[in-house]
Write a protein that binds this ligand. Structure first.
Ligand code: AHR
Length: 517
């Protein structure tokens, strides 16, 4: 491997070099075993997270019934349609840190009578509770997705959480179902995914693993299964590589839970200066993708701990907050976590989703943070305008993996390096859907060299091959409100299949989906 030339800080130099494209010698070997799949990739791996934070809920989804922005019962139609187009499978709400300060009873009943609160975590703004339980569950119904509600452990009570479950899911006669009916909803909703606290090692109460584990059991006991509604209870899990937290939970509460969350954000620099979303050099790009690859280590190591206490893999590992976290865009509220989203983010998304697919025997759901206007958003809005980010298009490309069978692959690839450090240049994943079509998703991390993949398709006589690609001349290209189609999906002609021999030529910095039938 030639030593990769380092880019310089100047944005001009960066932009110019972004067009340089050198072929890499074909050392990328991929074997796809189309007849050996066993584990199903849950569609819930492609889930989302939306918090009462900045303009995620207010402005992002909720504009109110009287808005001139086209809406259905106050929820904007354009955002709903865009999320339906990527078959959003679930939505986590109301936080995040906000969840452990949220008192659900403040968010029901006539909107003009709902008490207000201060959103202390996110900008100190006044929350008027106009978007509450009914609005959220209406949103999920409009989206056609499953709700994932995160209850308040940090500042709430066992009784409060228990009553919330009763309010939403109990069909008979009870104080909470009566209240729900008085608020206009006769039939209960179905809610399966239920989080018991969020980041209880931090904003959710600064607890120890031991203390939270005991609390988890207490709260979870009173979250009841009413009628045929079956809760899938998700414990507040570890921060990044806190293996003690995972061990403590699994050892002492493993049989009382169905899922354990995991949070890991990709921060290119450090928590004090995270780096810009749009102005970065190749070294920062390399840092970003290297750090995001740590997800593989985190998922593997947490899974091995879970294997010790749950060898049958009954409990799901749920990375319900992940994605890039940069400095906020200049002149925006620092508490609103609004950031742009570039081709770099698309590459990050593609890598992480390939990792989650590979671990679908243990990873049953994930939620990128956060759907609209916050962190690694798939959608940005500005009043009546909406843009779909490069990350959105990765979710669009990867829809083919929902509920498909993961195919075992053997893969070796070139490396991509900066400053003497090297990582794999290509990330890959393959699955077979119910109709027998094989889909391969590939990410070329290298910003300046194409990658030629020599592949073999075993166990299937593929006849047709086609594909789609997401790429852009520069890594920091993004879709703005003025130029919303700068980064988008195009047909891909770089894949060939002949007598089981597969050749795919990946342009630099690209995310590709290949379909074989
Ligand atoms: O997604 C933003 C915040 O990051 C969430 O509220 C919190 O859970 C995490 O620290």
């Amino acid at each position: 491997m030639k030593k990769t030339m380092r880019f310089f800080l100047s944005a001009v130099a960066f932009a110019a070099l972004a067009f340089v494209c050198m072929p890499a010698a074909a050392q990328n070997k991929l074997t796809i075993n189309a007849d050996l799949g066993k584990d199903v990739i849950s569609k819930h791996i492609y889930g989302h997270f939306s918090e009462h934070l900045g303009h995620c809920i207010y402005g992002g989804y909720w504009v109110g019934e009287d808005s001139s922005i086209p809406n259905t019962r106050g929820i904007r139609n354009d955002v709903v349609q865009a999320l339906r187009d990527i078959s959003i499978p679930n939505l986590r709400w109301p936080g995040g840190c906000f969840a452990d300060e949220y008192h659900w009873m403040d968010g029901i009943g006539p909107r003009n009578k709902r008490p207000k609160m201060v959103n202390t975590h996110w900008g100190g703004v006044t929350e008027d509770n106009s978007f509450g339980t009914h609005e959220f569950l209406d949103l999920c119904e409009q989206l056609g997705c499953e709700p994932y509600i995160c209850g308040n452990v940090g500042s709430g009570s066992v009784e409060e959480m228990s009553k919330w479950v009763e309010y939403i899911t109990f069909d008979g006669e009870s104080p909470m179902s009566k209240l729900r009916r008085e608020n206009g909803r006769d039939k209960p909703w179905k809610v399966r995914f239920w989080g018991v606290g969020n980041e209880n090692w931090g904003c959710g109460g600064n607890m120890t693993a031991e203390y939270y584990t005991d609390l988890y059991k207490r709260y979870a006991t009173y979250c009841r299964n009413y009628g045929d509604n079956r809760l899938y209870k998700i414990a507040g899990g570890p921060n990044e590589g806190d293996y003690h937290w995972m061990t403590t939970l699994m050892k002492n509460a493993g049989r009382h839970l169905q899922g354990v969350s995991l949070h890991y954000y990709t921060v290119p620099k450090n928590w004090n200066d995270k780096g810009s979303a749009t102005v970065f050099d190749e070294e920062q790009y390399f840092e970003t993708v290297s750090k995001t690859l740590r997800m593989e280590e985190l998922v593997s190591r947490h899974s091995s701990i879970m294997d010790q206490y749950d060898p049958m893999k009954r409990v799901g590992l749920i990375p319900d907050e992940w994605g890039t976290w940069y400095n906020v865009e200049p002149e925006t509220n620092p508490g609103f976590l609004y950031q742009q989203n570039t081709m770099r983010d698309a590459i990050v998304a593609g890598i992480n989703l390939n990792i989650f697919n590979a671990h679908c025997d243990r990873v049953k759901m994930t939620n990128i943070a956060q759907t609209v206007n916050v962190l690694q958003a798939v959608i940005l809005t500005d009043k009546e305008k909406m843009v779909l980010t490069p990350t959105y298009w990765v979710y669009w490309l990867y829809k083919v993996h929902h509920e498909a069978t993961l195919l075992p692959i053997e893969f070796s690839c070139n490396t991509y390096g900066v400053g003497g450090r090297k990582i794999d240049a290509v990330s890959a994943s393959a699955s077979k859907d119910a109709s027998g079509k094989v889909h391969i998703t590939l990410v070329n991390l290298d910003p300046s060299r194409e990658q030629v993949i020599d592949g073999e398709l075993r166990g299937m006589a593929g006849k047709n091959i086609s594909g789609k690609i997401l790429t852009s001349p520069k890594l920091n290209d993004y879709n703005s409100f003025d130029r919303p189609n700068t980064v988008g999906v195009k047909d891909f002609k770089g894949a060939k299949l002949s007598s089981g021999k597969l050749t795919v030529t990946l342009p630099p910095k690209s995310v590709v989906m290949v379909e074989i039938s």
